[in-house]
Ligand binder design. Structure first.
Ligand SMILES: C[S@@+](CC[C@H](N)C(=O)[O-])C[C@H]1O[C@@H](n2cnc3c(N)ncnc32)[C@H](O)[C@@H]1O
Length: 511
């Protein structure tokens, strides 16, 4: 941001830029854009370049809403950028007139504390500048919506000024705003059709801004992408989701709107590092809390089976806790980056990685490990086994695989705990998920599961996680065999089930 002194005493370049006329008195054209003014007279002060607001005139006070509205206009980009589809940064140049108070530099800090109310509060805009004419003097920028004349100071403020021997006379200053001074939202609001949503929110995936533009924003997509890059340090590429995630591997179809085409990126989540090609695998920064929630449930020595592991955001933190992890993903690219990230985070010895369909993974490596862990020679279990199934659009369909999965094996009561994700658009999403998961298993889960709301995906669409211990009646056809106390559902609860049922965030199974 550049602060420009108006009128004489300055470089020719600045004068040209400002085109200030030294008429006397002058009906203020520039002030018409200001928040506080009906047209007022200004006089050129004795001091070159500083205009003094006419103190003989009383100002009418505008209703607050209108004042705020006009104040925000003052700091918005020029109106002729509306409809721009190719970014022209030079078109955002604008000069605004700001009231200022001239003070000696040594008292600035003391004054700023007492003048908080009156001082301009605009993030990114300097509140104190050096008087270009006198290095001993500072100019305190005042809030144009509040500070019209010295009468605008409150009594207490005036007495502070008097105490420090400061003349309360307000001067005005021409401040040049450029593209750099506007926030992304201000730029988009000025460019996009009036009254339409300009939301500048995006998901950040390493150097990539991942946008989800609405139809009315599409004609401006390249400009929007460039603004995101310009205004967000570290972002060098902006992509737009082309359609919903409906492909098998859950990666986005995306279009690069602006910046680098390179989608190879690196992210940090919960203190772990992940590298991957964002155009080929699934990654959602909004799941970090969920990844952490599940990680916290496991204790050293526990076993995790991650059926839809992606590039490792459950598998890697859990392995770091000294657990054994079996991680699987059908997408060969996810599998490749999962292996890579295990090495990167130094847990490759703890994670066994597979590239199978979820069903084959459950019926193959998972079944084998369960048989070993639950078999006749297993010691009394001290550790829990968790099966994470994060494929919300489909995971419930995979639950039927558990039916008779351990048939013929000696029955054991230390059974694995499943965390299965699902979307729901139902008015009672928790109940809906319980019912659908129960139906897939052929039992009622109402009294022996908990449901956690993970996030709101869209209006009326929730992502949830249902957690339950797989009933023996499901895993074993004849589940009474070798089971000392011959339990039937509802099941005897184990340590880990107790742990998850104690979570504050869970929804009561009966709700
Ligand atoms: C929603 S992502 C979750 C990834 C990871 N667990 C996370 O939390 O970020 C689902 C993953 O399941 C994988 N996937 C999709 N269908 C699959 C299947 N039939 N068997 C195994 N993995 C599958 C996708 O490639 C994707 O990586």
């Amino acid at each position: 941001m550049r602060i420009l002194r108006s009128s004489f005493g300055f470089s020719r370049r600045l004068k040209r830029l400002l085109k200030v006329e030294s008429r006397r008195p002058v009906e203020s054209e520039s002030l018409t854009s200001l928040a506080w003014t009906p047209p007022i007279q200004i006089f050129v002060s004795k001091e070159p370049g500083i205009f003094v607001l006419d103190q003989r005139r009383r100002f009418s006070i505008m209703p607050e809403i209108e004042t705020n509205q006009r104040d925000s206009d003052l700091f918005s980009p020029p109106s002729d950028v509306r409809g721009m589809t190719k970014l022209d940064r030079t078109a955002f140049k604008k000069t605004v007139t700001i009231p200022v108070l001239r003070v000696r530099k040594e008292i600035v800090n003391q004054l700023m504390r007492s003048l908080k109310r009156a001082v301009l509060q605009r993030p990114g805009t300097k509140r104190v500048i050096e008087d270009p004419e006198d290095e001993e003097i500072r100019l305190i920028m005042l809030d144009p919506s509040k500070m019209l004349t010295e009468n605008s100071f409150e009594k207490a403020e005036l007495s502070i000024l008097e105490k420090f021997n400061v003349n309360p006379q307000i001067s005005k200053y021409n401040l040049e705003l450029t593209y750099e001074d506007f926030k992304s939202e201000e730029i988009l609001r000025a460019v996009l059709p009036e009254g339409k949503d300009v939301t500048s929110a995006f998901s950040r995936v390493g150097h990539i801004a991942h946008l989800n533009l609405r139809d009315h924003q599409l004609p401006f997509k390249h400009l929007i992408g460039q603004v995101m890059i310009d205004k967000n340090p570290g972002i060098t590429s902006a992509v737009n989701k082309v359609n919903n995630i409906d492909n098998t591997y859950r990666n986005f179809q995306m279009e690069v709107l602006s910046g680098e085409e390179n989608m190879m990126t690196k992210v940090r989540e919960n203190n772990y590092t992940y590298e991957f090609d964002f155009s080929k695998v699934y990654w959602n920064p909004r799941l970090s809390t969920e990844h952490n929630r599940i990680t916290e449930l496991l204790k050293p020595g526990d076993i995790l089976f991650d059926v839809f592991a992606g590039v490792g955001p459950f598998a890697i933190p859990v392995a770091k806790k000294n657990c054994t992890v079996f991680a699987n993903d059908l997408n060969p690219e996810s599998h490749k980056w999962l292996l890579h990230n295990c090495k990167l985070n130094k847990v490759d010895q703890k994670v066994k990685v597979f590239n199978l369909d979820g069903k084959d993974f459950l019926q193959g490596p998972v079944r084998e490990e369960l048989m070993q862990q639950l078999g006749p020679h297993s010691q009394e279990r001290k550790h829990s086994m968790h099966i994470v199934m994060n494929l919300p659009a489909k995971a419930i369909e995979f639950l039927s695989v558990f039916s008779s999965l351990l048939d013929g094996q000696p029955c054991n009561e230390f059974l694995p705990i499943v965390h299965c994700y699902s979307f729901s658009k139902d008015a009672n999403p928790a109940k809906d998920v319980q019912q659908r998961a129960g139906a897939a298993l052929g039992i009622s889960l109402e009294s022996c599961s908990s449901v956690h709301i993970v996030r709101n995906v869209a209006p009326n669409k929730e992502m949830l996680c249902i957690t339950f211990q797989i009933p023996a009646a499901i895993l074993y056809k004849d589940h009474t065999l070798n089971l000392e106390n011959h339990e039937h559902p509802p099941l005897k609860r184990q340590r880990t089930e107790k742990a998850f049922s104690e979570e504050k965030t869970q929804i009561a199974s009966t709700d």
